[in-house]
Write a protein that binds this ligand. Structure first.
Ligand SMILES: [Zn+2]
Ligand SMILES: [Zn+2]
Length: 180
């Protein structure tokens, strides 16, 4: 999504949207990595620091298809993130030598000419909202380390490896309690 710098009014502009990922430069993302499923929606507001510098803030949500880090099953997770970004014209970009990137600069974006693109900001914020270790559910039991069976799906077909190890854990705990 793009907006013309001169179209940003003095008191800012508010954008509510529900668009396909391709509208945000995220089309055609495939492979094994996380993919956005369905539309990206949210509300963003752009306000002016001054004539050339803007502040973008708001909230964006989307659904993403992830792979559980324990049981390796694909599942869909909702992402919702707050967006904060400063925009300055590219001409004033400080050179790397005289300026060391500090943490706050990570939310600093540049625009070329008159066109302010919101794509990169939204992409980055959504990426940061993706968990490092995705879990299909909080208490996902994962796969049996010995036979590789999905321990979530074992209802009747009980994998005895886990039953054993659970029993061992319990007996140790019992020992511990009785010794105390
Ligand atoms: Zn899982
Ligand atoms: Zn097993």
């Amino acid at each position: 999504m793009r907006i013309k710098a001169k179209d940003i009014p003095e008191n800012g502009i508010s954008l509510s949207f529900q668009d396909s990922p391709s509208q945000w430069g995220m089309g055609g993302v495939g492979g094994d990595g996380p993919t956005i499923q369905g539309d990206i929606s949210g509300t963003l507001k752009i306000t002016k620091h001054n004539e050339r510098e803007f502040f973008l803030w708001g909230e964006v949500s989307a659904e993403t298809r992830l792979e559980c880090s324990r049981c390796l099953k694909k599942y869909v997770q909702s992402l919702r993130c707050e967006v904060h970004a400063d925009y300055i014209p590219e001409v004033t970009m400080p050179s790397e030598h005289e300026h060391e990137l500090s943490r706050t600069d990570l939310n600093l974006y540049f625009y070329k000419g008159e066109t302010v693109s919101l794509d990169e900001v939204v992409q980055n914020h959504l990426c940061l909202a993706i968990p490092m270790r995705p879990l299909c559910r909080e208490d996902c039991r994962g796969l049996c380390p010995q036979c590789g069976r999905d321990l979530q799906d074992l209802n009747e077909d009980i994998c005895f490896h886990t039953t054993e190890s659970v029993d061992m854990r319990w007996s140790k705990l019992r020992d511990f309690i009785t010794k105390k």
